[in-house]
Design a protein around this ligand. Structure first.
Ligand code: 6LW
Length: 517
């Protein structure tokens, strides 16, 4: 009798699973604990996320455009707390950036793992196009680039039964070919798979296999307000692909999400957690002071379920900065950063615009010395002496004490693009010493505040408040500025603000750099 009961229960369970199209692995996560998820999981300029699970480890990478080093690698074991462990492209030979700006260079990358090797594939727009690099340790070193033939942006890889497939979007059509994963040689002609559901810019394709179906996830609508995720599936990797009747599977360009401060949701990558549960990482931006965002597109996380054979993001609901989700363990709440950099070691979070001129940077005993080469952040200036990191929180404070050793200009920058950036600096000209706040916005170059200093040295601090910045000179209020002037809507580009010390002309010392959220 007991065994009959057991069989009946088993059959009922199986029927329930088939009815809702879920897998036993997914059930494991549903039975997890309810936790508070804090989004974005990687804040500040962190667009176009791609993710891979290897054993108990998760890795996320992002696009970096004209910055060097390029493509940060973040590691996590709990999906909530992510630590940057390196950069994929940390040698100029991997990352030519000739004429690159905040709309060119490294576009959306994909990270995958196959048979002991990590692969990163991306497009260097303006410098030879699609390529991939490989590594056995995701923290690096990564190989020299293997250049690829198939055009289009946002390439991705899919491995199955000894074969390696590449998808990208030449001629606004998601196209698949087989490649040799060692040489990059194209092994089959490009096969057009899908053009999406009619939104502009079908891009960001990824292929997954789930319960005998190949799923093709893409983004449409462009990376602004109309951004959305759509999906199609096929029994054969080469197609034909049928679109999900419930597309888009995720967007905030909707009646229910239009008031959210989180917008532009799209460009995602599906993955399974260690417990078998399904998730998606994707990009979105947070608005401050109206329809403006200046921190860039950031990396968000949401749960995914399978219903009637199609993926559903967050139960079809909009996402929020704090969300209740089910996980197999409670992650630690993320801690606000409290950093004092003495520059004895330059961590992987520090970047330059294009390639740095190494001899213009020295650090000793907690003091950074920068030598200017005349380059600032305006068009035509592509190698400024500057150490830049992402502003990762809307509210934070950062600063340094700067001393001009010679005539020249040095201080702090808040840089969005060459069309929109701000400098808070000390200027030394003979016996005249000044503190200045200057903003560049397209053709406007405006010195907002100028005061005379008793010496060529000052403590410069910036307090960020979401919709504006306040500037403190030697601890006293000096000026304020709307952050919308540095927003992507005003300054353009695909990036987000980066901050840090710079020296345009002359030579200057910096007593470290503080960054507190
Ligand atoms: C990226 C594309 C996109 O390559 O914007 O939002 C482009 N998505 O997929 C630049 O980030």
């Amino acid at each position: 009798m007991d065994s009959i009961k057991r069989i009946v229960t088993l059959l009922a369970g199986l029927a329930a699973l088939i009815a809702c199209g879920t897998s036993p692995a997914q059930d494991a996560a549903v039975s997890g604990v309810e936790v508070e998820l804090h989004n974005p999981i990687i804040s500040g300029f962190s667009p176009d996320p791609s993710v891979v699970t290897v054993g108990e480890d998760y890795y996320i990478i992002n696009s970096t455009f004209h910055y060097f080093p390029g493509v940060p690698v973040y590691h996590s074991r709990d999906l909530q707390n992510w630590e940057q462990i390196g950069n994929v492209l940390d040698r100029p030979s991997q990352l030519p950036l000739v004429e690159a700006n905040a709309s060119l260079g490294i576009y959306a990358p994909t990270i995958r793992y196959n048979d002991g090797t990590f692969y990163m594939i991306t497009t260097n727009v303006g410098n030879k196009g699609n390529f991939m690099v490989t590594a056995t340790n995701p923290a690096g070193p990564w190989s020299e680039p293997i250049w690829l033939e198939q055009q289009g942006i946002d390439p991705s890889l899919y491995f199955e039964e000894g074969k390696c497939y590449m998808v990208s979007n030449p001629d606004a059509t998601i196209t698949l070919c087989e490649i040799d994963p060692v040489t990059g040689a194209t092994l089959s002609p490009g096969k057009a798979l899908w053009r999406g559901t009619g939104g502009r810019f079908p891009e960001g394709p990824h292929i997954y296999k789930h319960e005998g179906w190949y799923y093709l996830l893409i983004s449409e609508g462009g990376t602004e307000l109309a951004h959305k995720l759509t999906v199609a599936r096929s029994r054969n990797i080469y197609g034909p692909y049928e679109a999900n009747p419930a597309n888009p599977i995720f967007t905030h360009c909707s009646l229910i999400a239009q008031e959210s401060n989180i917008q532009g949701t799209g460009h995602g990558d599906l993955f399974q957690a260690v417990d078998g549960s399904w998730w998606i990482v994707f990009l979105a931006y947070r608005r401050y002071g109206g329809d403006f965002h200046h921190l860039g597109r950031e990396t968000f996380l949401a749960p995914v379920t399978w219903e009637k054979g199609w993926p559903v993001v967050n139960g079809g609901q909009p996402i929020a900065e704090t969300m209740k989700v089910r996980m197999s363990a409670v992650p630690e709440a993320p801690k606000p950063a409290q950093m004092h950099y003495d520059f004895s070691v330059i961590g992987p979070e520090w970047m330059h615009i294009q390639h740095p001129v190494a001899e213009n940077y020295t650090a000793q005993d907690g003091v950074l010395t920068l030598t200017g080469n005349g380059d600032g952040f305006d068009w035509g200036s592509w190698h400024p002496t500057a150490l830049l990191r992402r502003q990762k929180a809307p509210e934070c404070r950062f600063g340094t004490k700067v001393t001009l050793l010679t005539d020249g200009e040095a201080g702090l920058t808040i840089y969005q693009t060459h069309n929109g950036h701000l400098e808070f600096f000390v200027r030394r000209e003979g016996k005249r010493y000044q503190a200045v706040l200057r903003i560049r916005l397209h053709s406007i170059l405006h010195e907002q505040s100028v005061v005379t200093l008793p010496s060529p040295s000052a403590r410069l601090d910036v307090q960020a408040f979401g919709d504006h910045y306040e500037f403190l000179l030697d601890g006293q209020p000096f000026a304020a500025m709307d952050s919308k002037l540095l927003s992507t809507e005003m300054a353009g580009g695909f990036t987000g603000v980066t901050i840090g010390p710079y020296c345009r002309t002359g030579k200057a010392t910096f007593q470290g750099f503080d960054y507190q959220e």
